[in-house]
Write a protein that binds this ligand. Structure first.
Ligand code: CA
Length: 488
């Protein structure tokens, strides 16, 4: 045997022992975790959920090789409360001030609470958030000209690259950790949220926004580069932390209004600009997957792709205002067979795509378990061997057996639309509004009970034939509200 042959054998043995070490439970229990949260992508927007006028090959491939959930829910039917509940494991309706926030709102997550990132940080993870925050920053009204805190770094993240609120409202600047990126101190940012709904909006980058912004010119983002910037920063975070377990929370701005896809996505779908931004989202997912592959992290990474609420076809998007045309989607059903849209208590408000990928660990297939983003705290704690304090994540169920093996999920779930609804098995209750109160028309009238098992479109109200079930579910919903927690 030559020295060279011997050294090849020794290297091979060393590699084999390294590979063996990676299989041991201690490290297998701490995979990297990437949680990609789309904005306003509906149940029917991805190819793997039935879209035909929009092509999403990267998400479809993940779904084919991983687990595709058909009854997964965002905690709420709009942005801020969903993000709050995901972060804390607490239903957002339990806490005042968790509605859709303006860009001058202070942080709404109590830094003393256990959060997904603080829990994972305790477990030894590097934690980062890249993308749309919309949980408030600093103290109201946020001053973007100074060090901004508290913010993500105070609730468990080591690193943050943020779009502070949403693209349709000011400020239109990036925040990295606690500072606005490229801010010229001689041109301070001034924000004005005194404009009321219905009054003419102010324009930034030629696009109408909620709230006005003057100053901060050098720091303004470019709308058609938002997806590219978020993707690049996400990949940079992965590269920087490739040698330790990391948690990346990646809330994209796609496909919220203003929908300004990069030119390379314009006109690529058959479902209008809205469809083009779904293509942009799929590209982002693909870039992240490619980065994980390139860095040989794929088999050590739990990747989840989902959305923060159901889809909606906005008619008030800047795209339509600027062009003078009403946004069209060419008949594409953004929520598939579901009733209702973003904001609604019907399934179209919160039932969203949810794909889990972890090659070698996740059992491929489809899964009809009832799960919710509010469950991530307890489930990721279980995955990483963490015990939650009694007051942490009061509404977070450990649904890890569903996430990894397609087993059963929760037995009930409160769906937060513009009213609270309750799911229990296939049953869905939208209770009658309290006496003297009117309910938004979008969520129907009177007491509604549907059996989603054979009526996913919520077309047949069975409340009258099932008085006992209505009574029991109404009582359960009230109990969950009064008890302050629902976690078993
Ligand atoms: Ca949203």
């Amino acid at each position: 045997m030559t020295n060279r042959t011997l050294s090849v054998i020794v290297s091979a043995l060393a590699l084999a022992s390294l590979a063996g070490a990676a299989d041991k439970p201690a490290t297998a229990g701490r995979p990297n975790i990437v949680f990609i949260l789309a904005d306003d992508i509906g149940y029917g927007d991805l190819g793997c959920y039935g879209a035909t006028k929009i092509q999403t090959p990267r998400c479809d491939k993940l779904a084919k090789e991983g687990l595709r959930f058909t009854d997964a829910h965002s905690p709420a039917a709009v942005c801020t409360p969903t993000r709050y509940a995901f972060m804390t494991g607490q239903y957002a309706w339990r806490k005042k001030g968790t509605g859709i926030l303006p860009g001058i709102a202070g942080l709404i997550v109590d830094p003393s609470r256990t959060t997904v990132p603080s829990m994972l940080k305790r477990a030894g993870y590097a934690t980062g958030v890249v993308g749309k925050w919309h949980l408030g920053l600093g103290t109201t009204p946020t001053d973007y000209n100074i060090e901004i805190k508290p913010g993500p770094l105070e609730v468990g993240f080591d690193y943050a690259w943020l779009l502070p609120a949403t693209g349709d409202r000011v400020p239109c600047v990036w925040v990295e950790d606690r500072r606005v990126v490229n801010l010229d101190p001689a041109d301070p940012i001034k924000l004005d949220y005194s404009v009321k709904r219905g009054e003419p909006r102010s324009f930034v980058n030629g696009i109408p926004r909620i709230g006005g912004q003057t100053g901060g010119k050098a720091a303004l983002w470019k709308d058609d580069e938002i997806a590219d910037v978020i993707t690049a920063k996400a990949i940079a975070f992965i590269e920087k932390n490739k040698d330790k377990p990391f948690f990346l929370y990646l809330p994209t701005h796609d496909i919220h209004v203003p929908r300004v896809p990069n030119a390379r996505f314009r006109g690529t779908s058959q479902a209008g600009v809205r469809g083009d931004t779904v293509h942009s989202f799929d590209w982002t997912v693909g870039q992240v997957v490619d980065a994980l592959d390139r860095l040989k992290l794929t088999e050590r990474t739990l990747l989840i792709v989902t959305s923060d609420n159901g889809g909606v076809l906005d008619t008030n998007g800047p795209d339509s205002k600027n062009s003078g045309t009403v946004e069209t989607n060419n008949g594409h059903a953004h929520n598939g067979p579901l009733r209702g849209n973003k904001g609604s208590a019907y399934e179209g408000g919160t039932r969203v795509p949810f794909i889990v990928s972890w090659p070698g660990r996740v059992k491929p297939g489809a899964c009809d378990a009832l799960i919710c983003h509010v469950d991530m705290l307890a489930s990721l704690a279980a995955l990483t061997g963490q015990t939650l304090d009694a007051d942490a994540g009061p509404d977070s169920f450990d649904v890890l057996p569903a996430l990894l093996e397609g087993k059963a999920g929760r037995d009930h779930l409160v769906e937060q639309g513009n009213v609270l609804a309750l799911r229990q098995g296939p049953w869905k209750l939208i209770p009658a509004p309290p006496a003297g109160k009117k309910r938004p028309a979008r969520s129907g009238s009177g007491t509604q009970l549907y059996n989603l098992g054979d009526d996913i479109g919520e077309t047949r109200n069975l409340a009258d034939q099932n008085e006992q079930r209505v009574k029991e579910m109404t009582a359960l919903l009230q109990r969950i509200q009064q008890q302050g927690k629902s976690r078993p």
